[in-house]
Design a protein around this ligand. Structure first.
Ligand code: ADP
Length: 453
């Protein structure tokens, strides 16, 4: 950028110097011609028609009196009568510009290269009265041509140009430093990532563009960071998921392997053998149960099947009927407070999973003689129990995968800590909000807000 400015500035000044020298040469040339003309008028005033004869002798004498200026004496028709320097080849000068003017108006000037002397000359011709006879007297003076003047001025112009180049280099270097300083300042500030400001109007649009770019970059960076966080979180939750599955599978497998080895050793009596077979079957059931729970949980993510209108009231009442026998065994009663005809866009199997998990938990974690109240209207589903409740420190975690408050309980009755995680996933995918309120020892209330009210 600096070099560019430097080059442009050098070109401009060089062009300016050449132009200036041409114009000034022309001005000086014009001045010199004017001075010559003035001098010739003064010389001409000294001509005396009686003193100088109208022949070569007279012309030479007058020329001598003028210090050597070329003198030509012509008759009234423009024919040469006398010449001070050389014999003119052409006697008829009537067509010469200055002679013609003098014949017409009494005097005339001309500047041209003399054919006879081969020099640039200034001519002045005047009509004079010599004893009643009209003579034309012409005086000529040598003058430098424009080109000669220009050539003469070239060495000083060249010297000046060298001086100019040096001056230009220094001046432009200093000037560009001051011009570039605010631009460089802007770039530095923008590179540092801060908001740039400038007092220069010309730079305001650049500052705005830089600020806009910085904002875009910040946005992109934060988006990428968010994406990275999500990927990391997904990765760690995937690792955790696999670790949990492995852990849950390990317990029944160890048990099955242990009993199988004992049976193979042939050391067991019939009584213990029966017990071993029963344990192997129940642990295998537990494994199958776990696998179907995991498949079910994973399926929800890839479930792109279309939704349709499901009668929520019917589904809730059916689930109460299904779970009632199991509840009765525990001395738990269902209280049905569902509104008739509540419908929702979903799929039947998902609604059954949601209701089943919530209601089964309400029975499972209830107390002898407790109740499960199912409330339903068009905007909300509530399942409230009078069971053991959830300690405040676990409230956030109950919807996490594989979370169980009582680890010793894990796996019994299919409780792998996936039920509420499945509920949460179904609700999130459908755009519903699931939450829990609970008091330890008094009971819990799970609410699904359909967001329709
Ligand atoms: P699980 O299959 O173990 O029941 P869930 O995901 O359904 O898994 O529940 C996770 C944990 O939340 C349970 O282990 C239990 O400790 C607690 N929980 C769930 N529902 C209730 C409830 N109604 N009352 C008390 N605790 C509950």
């Amino acid at each position: 950028m600096r070099f560019r400015i430097l080059w442009i500035s050098l070109l401009i000044t060089t062009f300016a110097i050449i132009l200036y020298s041409l114009v000034s040469t022309q001005i000086f040339y014009n001045l010199s011609v004017e001075n010559s003309e003035r001098a010739l008028i003064v010389y001409m005033n000294a001509f005396d028609g009686e003193k100088y004869t109208a022949d070569d002798e007279g012309a030479k004498a007058f020329s001598l009196s003028l210090g050597g200026a070329r003198v030509t004496i012509l008759d009234g028709e423009g024919n040469v009568l006398g010449e001070s320097e050389v014999d003119s080849i052409e006697r008829d000068h009537s067509q010469r510009e200055e002679v013609k003017e003098a014949m017409e108006s009494g005097e005339g000037f001309a500047v041209r290269s003399s054919d006879t002397l081969n020099k640039n000359m200034v001519y002045y011709c005047r009509a004079v009265d010599a004893d009643g006879e009209i003579l034309l007297v012409r005086i000529a003076q040598f003058s430098e041509s424009e080109w000669a003047m220009y050539v003469q001025s070239l060495p000083s112009v060249a010297a000046y140009m060298v001086f100019d180049v040096l001056g230009c280099l220094v001046f432009t270097y200093i000037a560009t430093y001051f011009i570039m300083r605010p631009v460089e300042g802007l770039t530095r500030e923008a590179a540092a990532g801060g908001r740039v400001q400038t007092k220069y109007t010309e730079l305001r649009s650049i500052a705005e563009i830089l600020n806009e770019r910085n904002r875009d970059i910040e946005l992109k960076v934060s988006e990428l960071e968010e994406e990275r966080r999500l990927v990391e979180r997904a990765q760690s939750s995937k690792d955790e998921f696999i670790a949990n599955i492995t852990h849950e599978m390990n317990t029944p497998l160890t048990s099955i392997k242990g009993y199988a080895e004992l049976l193979a050793s042939g050391l067991m009596d019939e009584e213990h053998k029966k017990q071993a077979y029963a344990t192997i079957v129940s642990q295998a059931d537990r494994l199958t149960n776990l696998i179907s729970c995991i498949i079910n949980y994973s399926e929800i993510d890839s479930d792109d099947l279309p939704s349709y209108e499901v009668n929520l009231t019917d589904a809730a009442r059916e689930m109460i009927a299904v779970l009632s026998p199991e509840a009765e065994k525990k001395g738990v009663k269902f209280i049905d407070e569902t509104q008739d005809g509540v419908k929702i866009m979903s799929r039947h199997e998902r609604i059954t999973q949601l209701l089943g998990n919530l209601m089964r938990n309400a029975v499972r974690y209830n107390k002898e003689g407790g109740t499960v109240t199912v409330r339903l209207d068009c905007g909300r589903l509530e399942i409230e129990d009078t069971g053991i409740g959830i300690a405040p420190e676990y409230m956030d975690k109950v919807f996490s995968r594989f979370f169980t408050v009582d680890k010793s309980h894990s796996g019994k009755n299919g409780g792998f800590g996936l039920g509420l995680a499945v509920c949460k996933k179904i609700c999130t995918r459908a755009g519903w909000r699931i939450s829990v309120q609970s008091e330890l020892g008094k009971g819990s209330k799970f609410t699904v807000d359909f967001g329709l009210r």
